[in-house]
Write a protein that binds this ligand. Structure first.
Ligand SMILES: Cc1ncc(COP(=O)(O)O)c(C=O)c1O
Length: 390
């Protein structure tokens, strides 16, 4: 494969003077996206802020982004709800579903603590049972992983299973989960359990349309791999969730007619939207997505991400005392590894002082470096060289 560095990189002031591997935490905002935010904010002030002259701008900004996201997620725009972040996208629709005491939630052991805490509270209030789906220990290639996930699913499913929770790309080990195959298996279960997918690490890093259109709830944020602003996310909902789930956190945007509190809600994804939010952020995310599109198809971008993560994975395996978590090159851009002799948190602090940013993870205790299309071969080499000297 030819060596290319994204033109996008030159548009990210945050990357100047740093070696950055924290895309899974937050992606840098390109200057054109910041300009789109500022421009929209200014236009709102000039036309309004609260005046009918501004309404077309607000509507076209929000609905334009909804259309683009629908294309990315492979669903019709009516299946999308805007949210603030991944966690609210995962949890808000669940509160509206018709639970019965004793229903079981089959939750992967690699889910994010914030989402797990929300599921625990849901279980406490509705008298549901939490069941563990073990996937965190999987370290092999795609085929072996898919077979192991489906076997674990088979073990965990019971006649009472009502929901399965599984991230698309595990935030800790970097493994890819076979979401479409899991959805297919659940469709054959007598109760057809709902499938909640946390897309925090997949959306913007790999093609997601097949998984997002197969899941019941596929939650994303704009501020990680999409390199959009923080504070704006989206969730794709299945038609059956839209038909079954009551709105949860309700405000004027949930209403079919916003001038009437008559209990008639939007029939589409807007029933989970709440009230006033920051429209300029929509313009910023739209610009970031357009910039990513200009870098190639989702498949082409993933290939570039994998090229860098593969370089890093191979290099890590050759350093004494360093061990990549996965036994094979990573399926996407998350590269987790352990290091003998120094606590992960201490290494993160020490390298941060040298403007090299990666993160530590608690479970399993390890380090995580993310490669995006903007990652250069020099950055990978610099990290490897720091680790060789550790
Ligand atoms: C897998 C996963 N889920 C959820 C979150 C929380 O994201 P947000 O703050 O957008 O809700 C993160 C953040 O790192 C994550 O990696």
């Amino acid at each position: 494969m030819t060596e290319t560095t994204a033109p996008l990189r030159a548009l990210m002031p945050a990357l100047a003077g740093k070696t950055y591997f924290n895309y899974g935490g937050q992606g840098p905002l390109p200057s054109p996206s910041l300009e789109a935010i500022l421009h929209t904010w200014q236009a709102i002030q000039e036309l309004g802020p609260f005046a009918s002259a501004v309404a077309p701008l607000l509507a076209s900004t929000v609905e334009g982004l909804r259309q683009r996201l629908a294309h990315w997620l492979g669903v019709s725009p009516r299946r999308l709800s805007f949210t603030e972040n991944v966690s609210s996208g995962c949890l808000l629709p669940l509160w509206g579903l018709p639970w019965q005491p004793g229903d079981e939630l089959l939750i992967a052991d690699a889910e994010h603590p914030g989402v797990v805490a929300g599921l625990q509270e849901l279980a406490r209030r509705h008298d549901l049972r939490l069941v563990n789906l073990p996937v965190q220990g999987l370290r092999g290639g795609e085929e072996r992983t898919e077979a192991a996930v489906l076997a674990a699913l088979e073990q965990g499913l019971t006649p009472r299973t009502r929901l399965v929770v599984l991230s698309h790309l595990l935030w800790n080990t970097g493994q890819l989960m076979p979401i479409a195959a899991v959805a297919e298996r659940l469709a054959a279960h007598p109760r057809h359990p709902w499938l909640l997918v946390d897309g925090a690490q997949s959306f913007g890093s790999l093609p997601v349309a097949a998984a997002a259109s197969a899941a019941d709830v596929y939650a994303c944020t704009g501020h990680k791999w999409c390199c959009g602003p923080e504070g704006l996310g989206v969730v794709a909902l299945s038609e059956r969730v839209l038909a079954t789930a009551r709105p949860t956190l309700i405000g004027w945007r949930s209403l079919a007619d916003e001038s009437r509190g008559d209990g008639r809600f939007h029939q589409d994804g807007r029933r989970f939207e709440v009230a006033t939010s920051c429209t300029p952020l929509f313009a910023g995310l739209d610009r970031s997505l357009a910039l990513l599109e200009a870098e190639g198809s989702p498949e082409q971008r993933l290939e570039r991400i994998r090229h860098r993560s593969g370089m890093l994975w191979h290099g890590l395996g050759q350093i004494p005392g360093v061990r990549p978590l996965l036994e094979v090159p990573p399926p996407a851009g998350l590269v987790s590894f352990t290091l003998a002799g120094e606590a992960p948190e201490a290494l993160v602090r020490r390298l941060g002082e040298r403007a090299l940013w990666l993160r530590s993870l608690p479970e399993p205790s390890c380090l995580r470096a993310c490669t995006h299309i903007t990652t250069t071969a020099e950055e990978v080499e610099r990290l490897l060289s720091e680790l060789r000297q550790s």
